[in-house]
Write a protein that binds this ligand. Structure first.
Ligand code: GLA
Length: 666
């Protein structure tokens, strides 16, 4: 396994940016801070292969030996996210092309087309050379392939590969024409060569083409990962291989589908909010990563759902146009919130802040000020805290399953939808936020995942619902489960074709409602609800066909008409929410749905602003993580031993502002 028995602590280490004289100090400081894993070589291609086929490994030999002598293990990266200038000069046809047909130039990173044969060959060559030299190095704990797969391309290599992928998916042109509804706007294809990637076009693009392109490109990047992985596995099957997932609504990767192909799900997380939103996002990403890991382990057929926070920022939150300095204690809270949700440690971008380069002011464990700094002291304290938590194990307590589906997210963002504010990820985040504030543990699941043990299933705008998914949801509910589905769930099939007969299509009968018309709201608009709350983004004309009305619209054209309904289906219950409730209303609603499903919050007595996450392992008992996200002291009734302070807690934990406790419960 990649860990040394303790939780991992460390980050991206770029010795190639420093003279050799700094390396010994790096290792000494790493030891002082408790660092036990570093990623090396991520962007070192031009230093490792200064000319085609000429390798300079002497410096990397020295670095790995130094780290090994210092007891620090290495996640060795393949540097394929940043080809050297000689590669771009020799292979201009492997530079990426935008949807507008503009070929991008060298000068940043990630300037390659992942479908270009020359790029794939060069990437495999450098990965193979690294494998030959280091696959049995004693410092090697993990291979980290590439960095944050997420680029796209519209060149001719890509177009050819797209056609091959489409032929494989659809079989023949008749099936493709049917799936893409090419009878609309005279788009019927009579030859495969007529099909291109969805390049810039005159007006709205074909939704089926857009959706298939996203799926194809995720598969193409996955193929690029897999060929490196297979080579690294072959060199030494004992060393696990992964790649670090980048998150964001622009990312053309279906991370869930990749999860079975990595030995360890690894995610990079950089919250974009400065306020409590950063903690909400941290909780969501931790749950997402765990969900992918569980899904992946089922796919691989092993029993590990371990995952790793591979990168995070020690002391900054990057928002649009500004870097916000994290308040004291926040780095620790964010890191331990990931550990609470199953991360095997906390890794950072980056170890030491560089003197130049595009990211010279990005966050680092050793900042420009050097080790005599608040950041380094906090990092050292975090290292010690992480090593005190080595015993934590087991499953996160969660009675709610929240469904996430990348393809629904892609399809909802297509142009030509009735609103440009439809967003599966935002709907997922809103539902998760409501559950988080209400104190319920939540697992992220994918359509088709086993639902045993969950009392409540939440579908946040699950727009693409194929027949299998509809059946999966139906069996869960009629078998006694509780469901809460939000607007636009069930509306389209897997090709993004609208299901006829009234929305929400595939789920209409289960939910006991029929929707004839949408009422998308303007950006600054909201609708009042009869329970005193408000709705945003969306509203509908909804007719119950068996469901009971729980909340109605109040005022405006929808005055008195149903907004939220509940339906008894088989031995289960199905709620339908036809708008996006404001946060407080959503929280009350999910609390009610969870309670009526028989669930209780993880720590029912926790005061507002205190987050609680429980891990349980059959052999060891449980661990309760408590996070005080407020700026006042908080008292939380609980019993056990606080592993961070090694003190017994008989009645209650006293959490200082921003404080964390991890109790071994008895
Ligand atoms: C990502 C990348 C890193 C770096 C950081 C900056 O995590 O993997 O190389 O660019 O973002 O925040």
């Amino acid at each position: 396994m990649f860990s040394d028995g303790r939780l991992c602590f460390g980050g991206d280490y770029n010795p190639e940016q420093w003279p050799a004289s700094v390396w010994a100090e790096d290792v000494a400081l790493m030891r002082q801070a408790g660092v036990n894993l570093v990623t090396v070589g991520v962007f070192a291609w031009s230093r490792l292969e200064p000319a085609p086929g000429r390798y300079t490994f002497d410096w990397l030999d020295e670095v790995l030996d130094l780290l090994h002598a210092g007891g620090i293990r290495v996640a060795l990266a393949t540097p394929t996210a940043s080809p050297p200038p000689w590669f771009s000069a020799a292979h201009p046809g492997a530079l990426p092309v935008t949807a507008d047909g503009v070929r991008l130039h060298h000068g940043s990173r990630d300037t390659y087309c992942a479908a270009a044969p020359a790029y794939r060959t060069a990437a495999l060559a450098i990965a193979g050379a690294l494998a030959d030299r280091y696959a049995h190095h004693p410092a090697l704990a993990l291979w980290r392939v590439h960095n944050e797969y997420g680029t796209t391309c519209h060149c001719e290599h890509t177009a050819r590969a797209f056609r091959r992928w489409l032929a494989d998916r659809h079989g023949d042109l008749a099936a493709l024409n049917d799936a893409w509804v090419t009878s609309f706007w005279s788009q019927h294809y009579s030859d495969w060569t007529q099909i291109s990637t969805p390049r810039a076009t005159q007006y709205l693009a074909n939704p089926g083409q857009l959706l298939d392109f996203r799926r194809f490109w995720s598969d193409t990047l996955l193929a690029a990962y897999r060929e490196q992985r297979d080579l690294l596995h072959a060199a030494n099957p004992a060393i696990p291989v992964t790649t670090n997932y980048v998150l964001g609504d622009w990312v053309p990767v279906d991370h869930a589908r990749w999860a079975g192909e990595v030995d360890l799900v690894a995610v990079d997380h950089y919250p974009s909010a400065v306020d409590i939103g950063a903690e909400e996002q941290t909780a969501l990403v931790g749950d997402l990563a765990r969900g992918w890991a569980r899904h992946g382990s089922r796919h691989r057929g092993d029993a590990t759902s371990a995952w790793l926070l591979m990168e995070s920022a020690p002391h900054q939150i990057h928002t649009t146009g500004r870097a916000h300095t994290k308040e004291p204690g926040r780095m620790t809270r964010h890191s331990l919130a990931h550990v609470a949700r199953g991360s095997q440690g906390a890794m950072f971008f980056q170890w030491r802040a560089p003197v130049g380069g595009a990211e010279r002011f990005h966050s680092a464990l050793v900042p420009h000020a050097g080790p005599d700094s608040r950041v380094f002291r906090e990092a050292t304290a975090l290292g010690a805290a992480l090593h005190r938590l080595a015993e934590v194990d087991g499953q996160v307590e969660a009675g709610v399953a929240l469904v996430v589906d990348a393809a629904s997210g892609w399809a909802l963002r297509h142009p030509g939808m009735p609103s440009d504010r439809l967003d599966h990820q935002q709907e997922t985040a809103a539902a998760h936020r409501a559950l988080w504030h209400a104190g319920y543990g939540c697992d992220i699941v994918l359509p088709g995942d086993p639902l045993t043990g969950y009392r409540l299933l939440v579908l946040p705008a699950l727009y693409l619902t194929d027949d299998d998914t509809a059946q999966w949801v139906g069996e869960y509910v009629t078998g006694g489960g509780h469901l809460l589905a939000t607007y636009l769930s069930g509306v389209a099939d897997e090709h993004a074709r609208v299901r006829l007969g009234g929305y929400p299509g595939a789920l209409r009968d289960l939910l006991g409602v029929r929707v004839e018309e949408f009422h998308p709201l303007a950006a600054d608009d909201q609708v009042r609800l009869s329970d005193g709350g408000t709705g945003r983004i969306w509203a509908e004309t909804l007719r119950p066909t068996g469901a009971q009305v729980i909340t109605a619209y109040a005022g405006g054209v929808l005055d008195g008409q149903p907004a939220i309904t509940r339906h008894r289906a088989g031995s289960g219950t199905a709620w339908y929410v036809s708008t996006r409730p404001d946060d407080a209303t959503y929280r009350r609603l999910l609390d009610e749905a969870a309670r009526s499903a028989g669930l209780t919050p993880v720590c029912p007595d926790a005061p507002a602003g205190v987050e609680a996450v429980r891990r349980r392992a059959a052999a060891h008992g449980g661990w309760l993580f408590l996070f005080n996200h407020t700026d006042t002291p908080q008292r939380v009734p609980a019993r056990g031993t606080d592993l961070l302070t090694a003190t017994a807690v008989d009645e209650a934990v006293q959490l200082p502002p921003g404080g964390v406790a991890v109790l071994r419960e008895h």
